[in-house]
Design a protein around this ligand. Structure first.
Ligand code: HH2
Length: 272
């Protein structure tokens, strides 16, 4: 899953893909590097980010969804917690709603997703983006995230979303300290509801620099790749990343070692 933020203030690529043509060029680059899914977001969820009105989020994201849909038949997800944005993005051709609130922020979201039959990414977050990093606290972060997934799966199924349309995400960096993130990364093979896939979003996140002391965003791609490889071995099938090529190469190398049959895609190395 390649990240396409059409926001002025995202932590890593804010402002870079703000106009339609630049956004499309970036999407095309990630697709040419092997992305099978493009995640389009119009509201930054970095700690301290200010909320964006639905009308602005729609204006930022929907033209990109529409234009990308017109030229590509891969999967498109809309990264939003607002039902009004999801409605418009799904109508424009998005396949998946990626909601960092786990479909809790907007009471209309579950109904929109159930009615459209789209797939959903249900992410765990403690608190809300503006304040979530102030003082995250858990008795047992792994047990709480696992319990959250089970509760969401049941509630959303009752709201009419098919369990097979759900995928779960521990929400690395969303109301979590470095220790909380590491505890979740240690147990990726044990936290998703049985039979349901996990999605992981660690790309360039600040816990990497908290651990390695490296503030430069560009230098966070290699630690991201290391986590991607290990997470794949723990069974994670969906990886939300900025730098598609190195992460895909890590996945393919890991899968080769694991004995997973290689899928179609660009060669691991053009030199063979
Ligand atoms: N992380 C971010 C945004 N959306 N969605 C899922 N499912 N999982 C994540 O970990 C996740 C997410 C934050 O990263 P980014 O989009 O790069 O930055 P920003 O929120 O500042 O736009």
């Amino acid at each position: 899953m390649g990240i396409l933020n059409v926001t002025p203030d995202s932590f890593s690529d804010g402002g870079r893909h703000a106009d339609l043509e630049t956004a499309l060029e970036h999407a095309r680059r990630m697709i040419s590097e092997g992305a099978g899914l493009i995640d389009i977001g119009g509201e930054s969820t970095r700690p301290g980010a200010e909320p964006v009105a639905a009308v602005d989020e729609i204006a930022r994201t929907v033209p990109v969804v529409e234009a990308l849909r017109a030229e590509w038949d891969g999967l498109i997800s809309i990264d939003t917690s607002k039902a009004a944005v999801a409605v418009e993005a799904l109508a424009a051709g998005a396949d998946i709603v990626n909601d960092v609130s786990g479909l809790r922020a907007d009471p209309g979201m579950a109904e929109v997703c159930a009615a459209s039959g789209c797939s959903v990414v249900v992410m765990h977050m403690q608190g809300e983006p503006r304040t979530m990093q102030a003082s995250p606290h858990y008795e047992d972060v792994v047990a709480e995230v696992r319990g959250f997934f089970a509760e969401r799966m049941e509630t959303l199924a009752m709201a009419g979303i098919h369990p097979e349309a759900m995928c779960f995400d521990p929400g690395i960096g969303f109301g979590k300290t470095l220790e909380h993130n590491l505890a979740l990364l240690r147990t990726l093979d044990r936290i998703s509801p049985p039979g349901r896939p996990l999605l992981l979003g660690v790309s360039r996140k600040s816990f990497i620099s908290r651990l390695l002391g490296e503030g430069d965003l560009a230098l966070r791609d290699w630690p991201t790749v290391a986590i991607t490889a290990r997470a794949r071995e723990q069974g994670v099938m969906l990886h939300r990343v900025h730098a598609v090529r190195p992460n895909l190469e890590a996945l393919r190398m890991t899968e080769a070692i694991m004995g997973v049959p290689q899928r179609n895609g660009p060669p691991v190395s053009s030199a063979g």
